[in-house]
Design a protein around this ligand. Structure first.
Ligand code: ZN
Ligand code: ZN
Ligand code: ZN
Length: 156
């Protein structure tokens, strides 16, 4: 990717348990297990993956905790081209995503041009825009490097 106005998002400390508390949910041991695991993952995950990682936690609790975190804006829900939605920790308030269609790596970015375009679109769109989202599907650099060295072949 060429150097541009695209600003990479700096990682900031995220406390998922605080996000749950802000929504009036107590810090129970199970919720702490779920948030702790998500913080360790350091990447995008599916709800099923989290259930598999946490056999001691009920599926309903895993799904409910994820939903609360999404509602709190602490997790981003990412549409995947096919398959289950993935989730990743939201490191800043408003941002967009790049998603590698090979390995699922998720990047977050902000771009002032995107926001400007959205503001000017608002005049042409009927109704009030209450939000927008954007996911850019890519083949990430490490997948490009791997396919260049022939470690795996890409099946299309
Ligand atoms: Zn995000
Ligand atoms: Zn990749
Ligand atoms: Zn935006």
């Amino acid at each position: 990717m060429a150097a541009s106005a695209l600003s990479k998002v700096e990682s900031v400390g995220v406390n998922l348990s605080n996000a749950l508390e802000d929504r009036g949910l107590r810090r129970t041991a199970t919720r702490m297990t779920v948030t702790g695991r998500i913080e360790q993952l350091n990447g995008a995950f599916t709800a099923e993956q989290l259930c598999r990682d946490l056999p001691g936690v009920g599926r309903a609790t895993v799904y409910r905790t994820i939903r609360h975190l999404v509602d709190a804006g602490a997790l981003c829900k990412l549409p995947i081209l096919d398959g289950a939605p993935m989730y990743s920790i939201a490191r800043i308030e408003h941002h967009h995503h790049t998603i590698c269609s090979s390995c699922g790596a998720v990047g977050e970015f902000r771009h002032s041009t995107v926001e400007r375009v959205m503001r000017s679109l608002a005049k042409e769109i009927d109704g009030d825009i209450v939000g927008h989202r954007m996911e850019i599907f890519i083949t990430c650099n490490s997948c490009l490097a791997e396919s260049a060295t022939g470690k795996f072949s890409v099946h299309v």
